[in-house]
Write a protein that binds this ligand. Structure first.
Ligand code: NAD
Length: 238
């Protein structure tokens, strides 16, 4: 199998897309280290849970040094924004979202890249969002943090190209996770959202994990710096 015996780090592993990526990798016999602020939600002998804040650089460095060899990283930890217009937001509120969604992905990638560079092989997959490029009101903080993921992915791809390491991103659309559960459990909100999706349904974390696993696999070896929509066609119709 594609991932048998290989070692992966997944952030945001306690919920939603991160958890879905862990489960998909474990189903393909990978060894998975999940990083999250929250407790373990996966029970599998090949899974190790590490409770760490991805914005805490010293802790991330320590943890990744202990793991050693890494075949791939998925940066899925993230938070929703403050849901208000930018002119009502203070700089600390704005910076908090960028710090988790963007700086956090930078920190984990930096320390995960050390063993990958040494091995001259590896994969990094960042989780962006349809909001990397398609906006709506009251999300300046989240949109900026996700727009930066697209450009960070491209810049990291260039830096990593000499080392045979590919860096790509997935941009999910409306996905039913811990982040969105409250909204989508409201039938009216769910129906309104589904009406915007050409394929007519929300994504489940497993839908996104399948695209992530493609980008972690050798099937995508000639792809780097790309951001792939996984949104049921939302970006086509907008
Ligand atoms: N759900 C959606 O509709 C959707 C759509 C597009 C993109 N995304 C992106 O997908 C990623 C995963 O989101 P999700 O929907 O699965 O959310 P989620 O809330 O279900 O999971 C996010 C996980 O990240 C963890 N986390 C948050 N801050 C952390 C930190 N500082 N350190 C370590 N862990 C931290 C949380 O504890 C949580 O377990 C996010 O980057 C999100 O922006 C989600």
């Amino acid at each position: 199998m594609r991932f048998t015996g290989k070692t992966y780090i997944v952030t945001g592993a306690s919920s939603g897309i991160g958890q879905g990526c862990c489960e998909a990798l474990l189903n393909e016999s990978a060894i998975v280290y999940g990083i999250d602020l929250n407790e373990k939600t996966i029970d599998n002998p090949d899974y190790t849970h590490i409770k760490v804040d991805i914005t805490d650089e010293r802790s991330v460095e320590f943890v990744l040094k202990q793991i050693g060899h890494i075949d791939g990283l998925v940066n899925a930890a993230g938070v929703w924004g403050n849901s208000k217009p930018f002119f009502e937001m203070n700089a600390d509120e704005f910076k908090r979202i960028l710090n988790i969604n963007t700086v956090g992905a930078f920190i984990v990638s930096k320390y995960a890249s050390i063993p990958m560079i040494a091995a001259r092989k590896g994969k990094i997959v960042n989780i962006g969002c349809i909001r990397s490029g398609i906006q709506r009101k009251n999300m300046a903080d989240y949109a900026a943090s996700k727009g930066a993921i697209t450009s960070l992915t491209q810049a990291m791809a260039l830096d990593m190209s000499p080392y045979n390491i590919q860096v790509n991103a997935v941009m999910p659309g409306f996905t039913y996770t811990g982040m969105t559960k409250n909204s989508f459990d409201n039938e009216e909100v769910r129906k309104q959202s589904e009406a915007l999706i050409p394929q007519g349904r929300l994504a489940m974390p497993s839908d996104i994990a399948k695209v992530v696993l493609f980008l972690l696999s050798e099937d995508s070896d000639y792809m780097t710096g790309s951001s792939l929509y996984a949104d049921g066609g939302f970006h086509v119709e907008k």
